[in-house]
Design a protein around this ligand. Structure first.
Ligand code: PMP
Length: 428
């Protein structure tokens, strides 16, 4: 691949990932290999079909004795049970439907008990890095091995008052490197020091079974749109106590059991205690139903076969990239961590955005470029200092794109390839 040759080559039919044929604005059409499951995994056809099968029962939930509302409510509550089973939650755990992983973690941040300290690695996706900013948060330096991650956390936790509440937030799998984090060990470290732990499973859940009990995490968050359901719904599941003690995330109908006018002119509210406490407003029933359908589809397909396929694809790309001397695959843990079907790389002398544009225009291969909502992590991986914005990975422009490096300069942004489950005809 040379900068001059890449964009002018004809588009061969791609052989990997999901092929989609899209019309071109200039007329005609292009067949395109979409290797970007980590941004959003296309909904599985059977999830779409399940959602269509729900249509005759379309009704608002928890809103009365009407038949459609009753059936809809049953389907909504069944969806909660399906998700609880999918995550292997313990008895008494709450499953709250949210808009996304970002929403789930912001909900938990709003429910922290007074004086709670939060510990989070600087390498997290912004969804798990930023919600704690108004709390007493400690950002932990990027570890370079899984063992170092556990030691760094233990060291930080040992320094705190063991009697106060504390929360650790950690990702299950990186949406940049695809590397899996040692979640069970981090959970054991958190609990040994009297802290709790929430798992950001947005990138792990589509690729690997997540068992709340086996990993021994206190909460888990994930998004429907990365798990082969459509956009707009997410989950926060786990221990009920902090959530029940907290003010509702949103104030409104559905979260309130009783509202009375006081004689002094004010209003008294009795809030629900269960999941409804944090689901005010008319919930996204179809989103919840679609997430449950995706959980069923993945469970029935079996993670083992899904993982085999994507591991094969990601190995093929890694082996191919290894033959190109200009390419560096980004990694925090080297060969020490298992990976899901996601990897990012840089090409010497090439800006990531221009390289991705060349892959798209020249080869019909759709990848993702940029900093992947994990700026400190990508800066570290590109050899910069996460504390020096200008040095490596300057701020995004108004369109949300990372700035381009000049030809021949050190790349300011990376290129990501990601795979998922299902053959192309199984997606919408
Ligand atoms: N965490 C990780 C690891 C992610 O990959 C993503 C999505 N890219 C998120 C959190 C945020 O998910 P959402 O945008 O659906 O809220």
């Amino acid at each position: 691949l040379t900068p001059a040759a890449a964009p002018s080559l004809p588009a061969p039919l791609p052989v990997l990932g999901r092929d989609v044929t899209v019309p071109l604005a200039s007329g005609g059409e292009i067949t395109y290999a979409a290797l970007d499951y980590a941004a959003s995994a296309p909904a599985l056809q059977r999830v779409w079909d399940d959602v269509a099968a729900y249509a005759p029962y379309y009704g608002s939930v928890h809103r009365g004795a009407g038949h459609l509302s009753q059936v809809s409510t049953d389907l909504f509550e069944n969806a909660r049970r399906t998700v609880a089973d999918f995550l292997d939650c313990a008895d008494g755990h709450e499953v709250i439907f949210t808009r996304s992983t970002t929403d789930s973690l912001n909900l938990l941040a709003a429910a922290l008990p007074a004086g709670c300290r939060v510990f989070v690695f600087e390498t997290e996706h912004h969804a798990s890095l930023l919600p704690w900013r108004n709390s007493d948060v400690t950002y932990l330096d990027a570890p370079r091995t899984p063992r170092q991650a556990v030691e760094t956390l233990e060291h930080a936790l040992a320094d705190r008052d063991p009697h106060g509440p504390a929360l650790v937030c950690v990702t299950g799998a990186s949406n940049v490197t695809g590397e899996r984090w040692p979640v069970r060990e981090l959970a054991a470290a958190a609990h040994a020091h009297g802290a709790r732990i929430v798992l950001d499973a947005a990138q792990l859940a589509p690729h690997h079974p997540v068992s709340v009990r086996d990993l021994d995490v206190d909460w888990v968050a994930f998004s429907g749109h990365k798990l082969y359901a459509p956009f707009g719904s997410g989950v926060l599941a786990g221990r009920a106590d902090w959530l029940r003690a907290a003010e509702p995330y949103l104030a409104g109908g559905g979260a309130s059991r009783s509202v009375t006018r006081r004689t002094d002119g004010g209003v008294d509210v009795e809030w629900h205690e269960g999941a409804a406490r944090h689901e005010a407003g008319s919930p996204n029933v179809i989103g919840a139903y679609a997430i449950a359908a995706a959980c069923r589809a993945l469970t029935e397909a079996g993670f083992a076969s899904l993982v085999d396929r994507e591991q094969h694809l990601v190995r093929t790309v890694r082996d191919g990239l290894a033959e190109i001397p200009e390419v560096t695959v980004l990694s925090l843990f080297g060969d020490e961590a298992p990976r899901v079907g996601v990897l990012s790389f840089v090409v010497e002398g090439w800006d990531g955005s221009r390289f991705a544009a060349a892959l798209s225009a020249g080869y019909g291969i759709g990848v993702r470029d940029g900093l992947f909502c994990a700026h400190p992590l990508v800066r570290t991986l590109l050899g910069g200092d996460p504390r020096t914005p200008g040095e490596c990975g300057a701020p995004e422009n108004a369109a949300g794109n990372a700035p381009e490096s000049a030809p021949g300069e050190k790349p300011l942004n990376a290129i990501r390839v990601s795979f998922g489950a299902g053959t192309p005809d199984e997606h919408v």
